[in-house]
Ligand binder design. Structure first.
Ligand code: ARG
Length: 586
């Protein structure tokens, strides 16, 4: 934000070096950790060390401090800076807080919804997430994955990467065949009734129960699978039709959650290429074919010469020649890189699959794919629900996502009605939706993805704690101040000299957004943005409680209105990255 001033200072320091007979080298600038004032710093150790190398008898730290002091005196009072000091071999330059704040605000207001966006990086990243299985329900257990994957994609995109949002649908496997068997035998010709998700799920639960109760079921299901494998046209047609029902249900969920995908992959499409790959692996002696008595395996540790059990053995084909999860994953990874010039391929998958993912990545590396190093498993932990609600689609004890969303919205509606009875009912409903869905998303993102998170209503809907409604409410508050001020903002006023601590703290958080977005993108951590959004809301509320805006005297009122508008923008931009709506009123 003070690039010109920094360049001017650097030039002067060069002159100072030249006059002292020191050769030229680029200065390293860092920002000084914020402690109520912003500034930059550079050290003179390199210069001192250079003198020492040239044969001068000097103590480097002492000489560095000497040089820093001389540079300070040489610079005097450089433009744009309020204070210059020489400490322990460093030259620290501090900006005028009011001027710094004005520039931050200027930037935010000018860039608006693009504030924090990084320059395009010419790097393509694929994020594979969600990956639901057809013929089963989409339940609460799947939620953290979608929300994390989507937020990571948003963050990467905003940071400047080209993002491919990929889904990988589990549309084939024993679970699908069980469902089909039950449908053909007991529900033939039926159409989904009422809630698609629930209907599909209920039939799955029923199929699973029959699987244990009815003898002979297993054999029949296997036979059905063999028919599918043999491309039986009637069966394929029914499979396609029923699969579509599930996909339609998923689309509704993605729509509700505001999530979208660029590319859908299907497990069924990876079967054939996967099996071909297995043959290649056998030919290349990477895999051992133990059929018909055993499966096809890759002894990873043995190949790598590892003593300890690190990668163990990966099974890549069943003894009866049918494909496994791994068969398809190997083929899928290759397909992704064939289709897109990826610099990174990220898999958002349950932490329990960590060893498996490492086995897949290692196998691809052994096959010689240079991009194997660019594969990354973004692991996440489970979500606990209060009351120990189990989340098994087999036992039918799942909490359907729809039910959770409905409950969130109805709880939110109650609160909104109480807080804002004047709002018209349609608006109340819309706000309740934004708040309800935000309340579900935020707890999934505000804890490290590798840590178990507990979801409970009280925390999720807390208007006073670290929760989406609290952040959304800060946005609403900012909005209402601006509305009361008449809508349009006054132009910047240069006359304000001093800032209050609450103002400085708020400006500091707003200024952090671009850097924090880069860091969150580099480390795939939506948590950092979730935390920043909360810190921003808190700093805004502190400011709101300590600094009158509308009733302040003109220069202050002018500055504060512009600060409020910047805070509102920073809140909205960070919420957008998390996939959480920022309502105008609530
Ligand atoms: N559909 C799988 C499941 O529900 C998850 C797929 C994860 N993605 C992958 N490339 N293996 O367990």
């Amino acid at each position: 934000m003070f690039e010109a001033e920094q360049i001017a200072v650097e030039k002067q320091i060069r002159t100072f070096f030249a006059q002292g007979g020191l050769s030229d080298f680029p200065l390293q600038w860092n920002s000084i950790p914020f402690s109520g004032q912003w500034g930059i710093t550079t050290s003179f150790f390199q210069a001192a060390a250079q003198e020492a190398r040239q044969g001068k008898k000097v103590s480097v730290p002492q000489r560095a401090q000497e040089l820093a002091e001389q540079a300070r005196d040489f610079l005097g009072q450089p433009a744009g800076f309020e204070r210059v000091e020489a400490v322990k071999g460093y030259l620290n330059l501090f900006y005028s807080s009011a001027e710094y704040a004005r520039r931050v605000i200027e930037t935010v207001l000018e860039k608006a919804q693009d504030y924090g966006r990084g320059d395009p990086k010419e790097m393509q990243v694929m994020v594979e997430f969600s990956q639901p299985n057809t013929h089963k329900t989409f339940h609460v257990g799947h939620l953290r994955n979608v929300i994390t994957g989507s937020a990571v994609s948003n963050i990467l995109e905003f940071a400047g990467y080209t993002v491919v949002r990929a889904n990988y649908i589990g549309d084939i496997g024993l679970h699908v065949m069980k469902w089909m068997w039950n449908y053909m035998k007991h529900h033939s010709g039926e159409q989904p009734a009422g809630d698609l998700q629930r209907w599909m799920g209920d039939l799955y639960t029923e199929a699973d129960r029959r699987f244990s109760d009815e003898p002979g079921f297993e054999l029949e299901v296997r036979q059905l699978f063999a028919r599918w494998d043999g491309h039986d046209p009637d069966l394929i047609a029914l499979w396609k039709k029923t699969r579509e029902w599930s996909l339609e249900g998923f689309a509704q969920i993605y729509d509700t959650l505001g999530v979208n995908f660029d590319r859908f992959y299907f497990e069924s499409e990876e079967e054939e290429p996967g099996k071909e790959l297995v043959n290649q692996l056998i030919e290349r002696h990477l895999a051992e074919d133990e059929r018909p008595d055993g499966p096809v395996i890759i002894r990873l540790d043995e190949i790598l010469g590892n003593q300890a059990d690190k990668y163990r053995v990966l099974v890549i084909l069943r003894s009866d020649g049918t494909s496994l999860y791994s068969t398809k994953d190997l083929a899928l990874a290759i397909r992704k890189f064939k289709e897109f010039p990826l610099s990174r391929s990220i898999y958002v998958i349950d932490v329990r699959q960590s060893l498996y993912m490492q086995q897949i990545f290692k196998t691809l590396e052994l096959m010689g794919y240079a991009w194997a190093k660019d594969l990354y498993h973004l692991a996440y932990e489970i979500v606990n629900l209060p009351g120990n609600v189990t989340m098994s689609s087999r036992e039918g004890t799942v909490v359907l996502l729809d039910d959770l969303i409905r409950e969130a919205c109805s709880r939110a509606l109650e609160i909104v009605r109480e807080k804002n009875p004047e709002l018209d009912p349609a608006a109340q409903e819309a706000v309740a939706r934004a708040v309800g869905i935000g309340a579900i998303k935020y707890p999934m993102l505000s804890r490290d993805n590798t840590k178990i998170t507990t979801f409970d209503w009280q925390t999720a809907l807390d208007f006073n704690g670290q929760a989406a409604p609290y952040i959304q409410y800060a946005h609403v508050r900012a909005n209402s101040i601006l509305r009361k001020a008449g809508g349009s903002l006054p132009p910047a006023d240069e006359s304000l000299g001093q800032l209050e601590p609450a103002e400085i703290a708020l400006v500091d958080l707003i200024a952090r957004l671009p850097r924090d977005i880069q860091r969150a993108a580099a480390t795939y951590r939506p948590l950092d943005i979730a935390t920043l959004a909360y810190d921003l809301a808190r700093a805004f509320n502190d400011f709101y409680n300590q600094c009158p805006v509308l009733l302040a005297e003109p220069a202050q009122r002018n500055f504060r209105l512009r600060l409020v508008a910047s805070a509102r923008q920073a809140l909205a931009n960070s919420l957008a990255l998390l996939g959480i709506a920022a309502p105008a009123a609530m």
